[in-house]
Design a protein around this ligand. Structure first.
Ligand code: G3H
Ligand code: 13P
Ligand code: ZN
Length: 287
C-alpha cells in the first residue's frame, strides 16, 4: 500500500525502531524489495536517484514501483522517495511525476547555499503536499579517499547548525553525517554517538542515516536510541544482484540463456539481502 514517507518515519520514531530505504533501478530490485517487505511484514521506503531516473526514465520507474506496491503488497506500507536530488529542477521534475517525498541534497554546497536552496525546495514541495529530506554535513562516497585520509571533522553535521537549519527551512527529515559513508568499508571506526545525541536533542524531525549497507546490529541499535529512524541501503543490494549475475556467467552451461532464470536468481539474492537488513533495523513485524 502506498503510504507517505512522513507517516512511515513517524511510526518508526514512535515505535523505537528504524526502517530501511532501499534503492531500486529496475523491476527485479523493486520486486525483491516488495517481496522482502511482504514476507517480513515490514514497512519500507523504495527510492531512486537522478542517475536511475536518467537510466530507467522517471515515469517508468515511478509507475513501476507504484504498480508493484499496489498490486502485490497492499498489506505493507511502501513509501516512494527521490534520493539525493541535487538541484531544484530535479525535485520539480520528480514532484511532477508523482513522488510524494524527495531528498534535496545540498550537502556539497556551502552552508548558506544549502540553506537557501533547501528553503526554496521546502516551500515548493510543501505547497504540493510533498515531504522533504535534506542533508547537513556530508556523507562521503567510496573512492573519495582512503579511510585514513578522510578528515572526518570536515564531513560531520554540526549540531548547532542542524538546529537553525531545520528551524529555518522547515524540512521534514534530516540526513546526518556522524562518521557514516556510502559504500563498503569506509566508515569512521566508531560513529560519533555524542554528536548524534546533540543533534537529536536540537531537532525534532526524524534523522536519516545514509551509507548503511555495512552497518551491523551493535551500531544500528546505538544510533536508533539516538534518533535515527531510517537507514539507506544501496551497495549491499547492488552487490547481491551483481554477484548473482557473475555466478550465472560462470555457470553459463546450466542456464540455457534464459534471462528470466538469470534475473530471477538475482532478484532472489536481492530479496535475501533486503530481508537481512529489515531484521537488523527492527522493522520486521511492524506492518
Ligand atoms: O547514495 C546513493 C547511491 O548509493 C548512489 O547511487 O549511483 O544511483 O547515484 P547512484
Ligand atoms: P550504501 O552505499 O551504504 O548502500 O548507502 C546508500 C545510500 O545512502 C543511498 O542514499
Ligand atoms: Zn545516500
Amino acid at each position: 500500500m502506498i503510504t507517505s514517507v512522513k507517516e512511515i518515519l513517524q511510526k518508526a520514531k514512535e515505535g523505537g525502531y528504524a526502517v530501511g530505504a532501499f534503492n531500486t533501478v529496475n523491476l527485479e530490485t523493486t520486486k525483491a524489495i516488495i517481496e522482502a517487505a511482504k514476507e517480513m511484514r515490514s514497512p519500507v521506503i523504495i527510492q531512486v536517484t537522478e542517475k536511475t531516473i536518467d537510466y530507467a526514465g522517471g515515469r517508468a520507474i515511478f509507475n513501476l514501483i507504484k504498480n508493484c506496491a499496489e498490486f502485490y503488497a497492499l498489506e505493507v506500507p511502501i513509501g516512494i522517495h527521490l534520493d539525493h536530488g541535487k538541484s531544484f529542477e530535479i525535485v520539480q521534475r520528480a514532484v511532477g511525476i508523482g513522488f510524494g517525498s524527495v531528498m534535496y541534497d545540498g550537502s556539497r554546497k556551502e552552508y548558506e547555499d544549502n540553506l537557501v536552496v533547501t528553503k526554496k525546495v521546502v516551500e515548493f514541495c510543501h505547497g504540493k503536499g510533498v515531504d522533504v529530506q535534506a542533508e547537513l554535513g556530508n556523507v562521503p562516497y567510496i573512492g573519495e579517499g582512503e579511510i585514513s585520509e578522510i578528515n572526518w571533522e570536515e564531513y560531520m553535521t554540526d549540531p548547532g547548525q542542524a538546529k537553525s537549519f531545520v528551524a529555518e527551512t522547515g524540512v521534514d527529515a534530516l540526513a546526518v553525517a556522524i562518521g557514516n559513508a556510502h559504500g563498503f568499508f569506509k566508515e569512521r571506526n566508531t560513529p560519533d554517538y555524542a554528536r548524534l545525541e546533540m543533534i537529536h536533542k536540537n531537532v525534532d524531525v526524524p534523522l536519516i542515516l545514509h551509507g548503511a549497507s555495512d552497518w551491523e546490529n551493535g551500531r544500528v541499535a546505538e544510533v536508533i536510541k539516538r534518533g535515527i529512524v531510517c537507514f539507506n541501503v544501496d551497495t549491499a543490494t547492488r552487490i547481491a544482484f551483481v554477484n548473482s549475475l557473475m555466478k550465472a556467467a560462470k555457470d553459463q552451461n546450466d542456464i540455457s540463456f534464459d534471462v528470466r532464470k538469470i534475473l530471477g536468481d538475482a532478484r532472489e539474492a536481492v530479496k535475501q539481502a533486503v530481508m537481512e537488513k529489515i531484521k537488523i533495523f527492527g522493522s520486521d513485524g511492524k506492518a
